[in-house]
Design a protein around this ligand. Structure first.
Ligand code: ADP
Ligand code: MG
Ligand code: ZN
Length: 504
């Protein structure tokens, strides 16, 4: 559930150094609660536009503000997206579930309660597979996925006052609760990355931690290795980046261990990650926990999921990230490392496949060239321009296929390929056209290359002697001399072969 409370006390725990031997005695246990803001057109229970607005309180109405006498109406897209995610995570889908009111007071909750689900979440008992290291998989249980609405946003301005923006109030959320199945901060990090990738592939959430469209609360405990019962957990809130998720969990694990080692006891408290101080701070303890007085939402009927709807959502399921990764590896013969990066963003993977389909020769060697090109040259440009491949209209699969074909056909060298690519990106000129216009075609005619080699060796008697008497590293000097003489266009393979022959 979403929690909005006043900060109560903020003692800072300075971390004592713990030896690796002591750390190794303990096993961390971690479970994550995620909130995904959905990419629907309208809010969960009213027709207000969903999505971000620059103007505070621009997308609000009496329903999402909770004015008396208004009635919520369920957005079916909200339910469909929950079912889609439930299917993608092997969950059971509950045929009939109810909404509940979670009552609490907070300035950004003008209704005085949040509509959520309580005892009967729409999806339950699923799992996702995460790849901990290349090729090493682990299943993480999904306890439940339920429907709920978001609250507004308090803006704490030091100069003015606390202001409230209700644009976010009533936005559709899915809360995704994992089983306590993770055993290290690194595993929790992998789980987060996997879930973000999943909601993006499904097109239900843009998964932006920094902007809060995907939020994470981490539950952490430790126990002596071999113990079967879990230790007391604490919950960390306010983790708004992947780095913070991993750092905060690591910090909290060590804090628990230090506490236990010094004879203390972990108390069940809610912590907050303080990114500037790089530590967790206590927000409130269990005794201060609220009684939310849950009861069934009387203004909404039951959520009924028909078999036909489940079938429809099954049809909507795209190929999932891990399956796509394994397929790319298999079909194109590229390494798992390459396939992993390509499938981080579905659009990038599709770009790769599209490019491969346009190659003049279908071969694993060329597929690998395409992969190399995407992973180095293209990703570099995307990260410089801070865009995804889908927004980078100046880079089209056809041009990349042309470059790879030119290179694989030994018509251009890798150095010229880079020049051709740079020219294509800045002017849009097609690689084939540019190469023929500028006469950049590689010289692969044996006799012509031989002529260049021989003329480059003229006047080099002294160096040739040295080479023959064992100074092998002079080869590099000869190669670069020949390449220079050819304007960078001589076929490097032929240069190597002919030089070796004439130097013998
Ligand atoms: P609460 O009643 O405090 O909300 P839940 O049992 O609902 O606790 O679990 C909330 C989250 O905490 C889940 O993601 C769950 O996996 C995780 N969790 C539960 N117990 C532990 C534990 N001992 N250590 C770490 N995580 C835990
Ligand atoms: Mg709970
Ligand atoms: Zn509204």
């Amino acid at each position: 559930m979403l929690d909005f409370h006043f900060t109560i006390s903020l003692p800072i725990f300075c971390m004592p150094d713990i030896s690796p031997e002591i750390l190794a005695k303990y096993e961390p246990v971690i479970g994550l609660e995620l909130h995904a803001q959905l990419l629907t057109n309208t809010k969960a229970f009213c027709s207000c536009k969903a999505g971000y607005s620059d103007i505070p309180n621009a997308t609000v109405c009496p329903i999402c503000l909770g004015h008396p006498g208004t009635l919520p109406v369920l957005n079916t897209k909200h339910v469909e997206m929950a079912v889609l995610l439930g299917l993608a995570t092997q969950c059971s889908i509950r045929p009939i579930s109810a909404f509940a009111r979670k009552n609490y007071f907070y300035p950004d909750l003008s209704k005085g309660y949040q509509i959520t689900q309580f005892n009967d979440p729409i999806c339950y008992q699923g799992n996702v597979t995460i790849e901990i290291e290349e090729g090493s998989m682990k299943q993480i249980g999904i306890t439940r996925i339920h429907l709920e609405e978001d609250a507004g946003k308090s803006l704490h301005d030091i100069d003015i006052d606390t202001l409230v923006d209700f644009n976010r109030a009533g936005m559709p959320l899915l809360e995704i609760v994992s089983e306590p199945d993770m055993r290290s901060a690194a595993e929790a990090y992998r789980y987060m990355v996997t879930m973000r990738q999943l909601v993006r592939y499904l097109g239900i959430c843009d998964g932006n931690l920094e902007e809060g469209s995907l939020r994470c609360d981490a539950n952490v405990s430790v126990r002596l290795k071999g113990n079967s019962v879990f230790g007391t957990k604490t919950e960390i809130k306010n983790l708004n980046s992947f780095r913070n998720v991993e750092k905060a969990i690591s910090y909290e694990i060590e804090r628990h261990i230090a506490l236990i080692e010094s004879g203390g006891e972990v108390r069940q408290v809610t912590m907050q990650w303080d990114a500037s101080a790089q530590c967790t701070k206590e927000m409130r303890s269990k005794e201060q926990a609220h009684d939310y007085r849950y009861f069934q939402e009387p203004d909404l009927g039951y959520v009924r999921i028909e078999e036909t709807m489940i079938a429809q959502q099954k049809d909507q399921l795209p190929e999932l990230p891990l399956a796509m990764k394994l397929r790319l590896q298999q079909h194109y013969g590229i390494p798992g490392y390459d396939a992993g990066i390509l499938t981080e963003d579905k659009d990038l993977a599709l770009f790769f496949e599209h490019t491969c389909s346009l190659l003049s020769v279908q071969s694993k060697e060329r597929y690998k060239f395409v992969s190399n090109w995407v992973l180095t040259e293209i990703l570099k440009i995307l990260s410089d321009r801070k865009v995804g491949i889908a927004q980078a209209e100046m880079i089209q699969p056809k041009a990349i296929a042309e470059i790879v074909d030119l290179f694989a056909d030994e018509k251009i060298s890798s150095k010229i390929a880079k020049e051709v690519f740079a020219e294509y990106v800045s002017t849009g000129i097609s690689p084939n056209e540019y190469v023929s216009q500028k006469g950049l075609m590689q010289i692969s005619d044996r006799e012509e290359v031989e002529r260049i080699v021989l003329s480059a060796l003229e006047g080099e008697e002294e160096n040739i002697e040295k080479y023959r008497s064992g100074k092998n590293n002079l080869m590099g000097y000869f190669i670069s001399k020949v390449m220079k003489a050819s304007g960078g266009k001589a076929n490097p393979r032929l240069v190597n072969e002919l030089l070796t022959q004439h130097l013998q």
